[in-house]
Design a protein around this ligand. Structure first.
Ligand SMILES: O=C([O-])C(=O)C[C@H](O)[C@@H](O)C(=O)[O-]
Ligand SMILES: [Mg+2]
Length: 420
């Protein structure tokens, strides 16, 4: 089987103003849809980020993949490194969500290649990753403070303004009611820490049995993080199952870790295998968030799980705004990662669109069944892709800039990390 043609289709999906410490989501989020056509007639699918830098990387690499055997991941890596000689490594330019371009591009094509291998052999992708240790994948309800959407040109709002602890409890009730989530993640670093503490305490009261976590994305200093941990009842009998990226940078995380037993998780300070080693040496984190979109694809994410097992670290799963191809890839990786013992993040409920045939998958008790069909187990709805590609062209948004977007809602906003 050889790849004969590569199609990269940028799409835009209506989004709502979800807040984080950098700002707020723009009116659309961007994804790239990958199709790898082969001489056998099979087509491999992938989905990844759609911002300018990724799209340029994908398009630079695409012509070099003609003739590639989808089984040969070393050849795939060599071709990508040759096409993007200055775009890899820890010190690569970090315009794309602080992650490096070679790994992001490799991840996207690797998953599409694995989809082909799965389709060619008649086996689901999780079988190619070592087999499923679970077939029901639990996700957490991802809660965001948000503004009421002002510009409805590209799509409606979801849930209006949510900027108080009580409104957040209502948001959680809607999500738990609709999807059955049994754990909740709060995107923090948006309101004063005391208000975010109040939010978590109210969530605990309303959902006594749900696992809770908060991710302020580096917004807090070490003393602030310690104060928050204390206010939330500490580790034993406290409110949190873990605390994600409370402080900015590996050294601040290590400084905090030395002063608390609260498990610290990250998707910001450990995004390379080399950084797992640094984090272990510094005892900076106890849980690493996996993500097949930048951890060198699905196989890289599985390797991360194995390295974390050896290092005594836990594994959770990160998400960005995404659609169903990504959801399928996340499910296969989660199914085949034995020590992924926390519910996975997903932004999925924050968008109503889908590009896979058959529409949106069912969430039952917060869980999605891992597909059992060959490869990723999803097929494209070409009409839906065309509609969202059309929106990409009309929206004329080429990059995600949360800080520029929040100025429409809070003209005095100044980006500052740490903020408190
Ligand atoms: O865990 C995380 O850091 C994320 O989910 C990253 C996302 O970009 C999130 O901050 C968002 O969607 O605003
Ligand atoms: Mg995070």
């Amino acid at each position: 089987m050889k790849i004969t043609r590569i199609t990269i289709t940028p799409i835009a999906i209506p989004d709502v103003p979800l807040a984080n410490t950098k700002g707020v989501h723009p009116s659309v989020f961007l994804r790239s849809i990958i199709e790898l056509w082969t001489d056998t007639g099979l087509v491999g699918l992938g989905e990844t980020y759609g911002a300018k830098r990724t799209l340029e990387g994908l398009r630079t690499v695409a012509p070099r993949l003609e003739g590639l055997d989808p089984w040969d991941r070393h050849d795939l890596r060599r071709r990508i490194e040759a096409a993007l000689p200055d775009a890899g490594g820890v010190n690569a330019p970090t315009a794309l969500a602080d992650h490096k371009l070679v790994d992001v591009v490799y991840s996207a094509f690797e998953i599409a290649c694995l989809d082909l291998v799965g389709k060619a052999t008649g086996r689901p992708l999780h079988d190619l990753l070592g087999g499923a240790v679970r077939r029901t994948i639990p996700f957490c309800g991802y809660l965001f403070y948000k503004f009421a959407k002002r510009d409805l040109t590209f799509g409606p709002d979801i849930m209006g303004e949510v900027m108080t602890p009580d409104a957040m409890v209502e948001q959680a009730r809607e999500f738990v009611g609709a999807y059955g989530f049994r754990s909740l993640k709060l995107k923090g670093g948006v309101l004063e820490p005391d208000l975010e503490v109040e939010t978590l305490l109210k969530l605990r009261e309303a959902f006594p049995d749900h696992a809770l976590r908060i991710d302020p994305m580096g917004a807090w200093t070490v003393p602030t993080a310690l104060r928050v941990i204390d206010a939330l009842g500490g580790v034993h009998g406290g409110v949190l199952e873990y605390l994600e990226d409370p402080c900015r940078g590996m050294d601040a995380m290590a400084e905090l870790s030395a002063q608390t037993d609260m498990p610290l998780a990250t998707n910001l300070v450990v995004v390379e295998f080399e950084q797992v080693i640094e984090a272990v040496k510094k005892d900076a984190v106890q849980i690493v968030l996996s993500d097949p979109h930048y951890w060198r694809g699905a196989t890289g994410a599985i390797h991360l799980g194995e390295i974390c097992r050896a290092a005594g670290l836990g594994v959770a799963m990160h998400s960005n705004s995404h659609l169903g191809i990504s959801l399928a890839a996340m499910c296969h990786v989660a199914a085949a990662t034995p020590n992924l013992t926390y519910d996975c993040d997903t932004h999925y409920p924050w968008s109503q669109k889908e590009i896979v045939a058959g529409g949106r998958p069912a969430f039952v008790d917060g869980c999605v069944q891992v597909p059992e069909e060959p490869g990723l187990g999803v097929e494209l709805d070409h009409e839906a892709v065309a509609e969202l590609h059309d929106l990409y062209q009309r929206a004329m948004v080429a990059d995600r800039d949360d800080t520029a977007e929040i100025l429409k809602y809070r003209p005095d906003f100044v980006r500052k990390v740490p903020r408190w």
